[in-house]
Design a protein around this ligand. Structure first.
Ligand code: APR
Length: 168
């Protein structure tokens, strides 16, 4: 069964089959990890996103990685935190599920996730990391050809949240 590894670092440096981008509905780039991925991939990434016609919250779409060391970028759009009663939990779980579904479809073996929705979109860290860890674990336990899932911690707060979840 595939394993989950909590690692520190910048997701744009990882040589994996796919890195996941915490994008917005327009798929036109932005700040945070979205901006970092577009900067590192180069302008071809935006050109590849334009014909995709955007991405719904909770959905995922895939493009090549271009200048990134990763072969592919899976763009997913997390929910904006609005207090927790607007379906945010299920939408965030869907981001992870749909990203993993695409990885299976493309027969990818390694995938790296940032903490989707935990920056600009304001999702409470412990809750978001719990959703991520649980959704990914369930996917791997159900039988998957994915061998390695990295949970990338861009700061100590994210690492602590994932470690609490993994220890629970
Ligand atoms: N590598 C790994 N993780 C990163 C990196 C990076 N280079 N840069 C930022 N992060 C982390 C942040 O610390 C945060 O934990 O990614 C997580 C997600 O934060 P955001 O990038 O702000 O994404 P999100 O909260 O999902 O908001 C998405 O922000 O940047 C815009 O265009 C994006 O509109 C979209 C919105």
């Amino acid at each position: 069964m595939g394993s989950i590894e909590i690692i520190d670092g910048d997701i744009t440096t990882l040589e994996v089959d796919a890195i996941v981008n915490a994008a917005n509905n327009g798929l036109r780039g932005g700040g945070g990890v979205d901006g970092a991925i577009h900067r590192a991939a180069g302008p071809e990434l935006l050109a590849a996103c334009v014909p995709l016609g955007g991405c719904a919250t909770g959905a995922a779409k895939i493009t090549p990685g271009f200048k990134l060391p990763a072969r592919y970028v899976i763009h997913t759009v997390g929910p904006i935190w609005r207090g927790g009663s607007a379906g945010e939990t299920s939408l965030l779980a869907s981001c992870y599920r749909e990203s993993l579904r695409l990885a299976e479809e493309y027969e990818l073996r390694s995938i790296a996730f940032p903490a989707v929705s935990c920056g600009v979109y304001g999702f409470p860290l412990d809750q978001a990391c719990g959703i991520a860890y649980q959704t990914i674990s369930q996917h791997l336990e159900a039988g998957s050809r994915i061998e390695l899932v990295y949970l990338v911690c861009f700061n100590q707060q994210i690492r602590s949240a994932y470690e609490r979840v993994a220890a629970a």
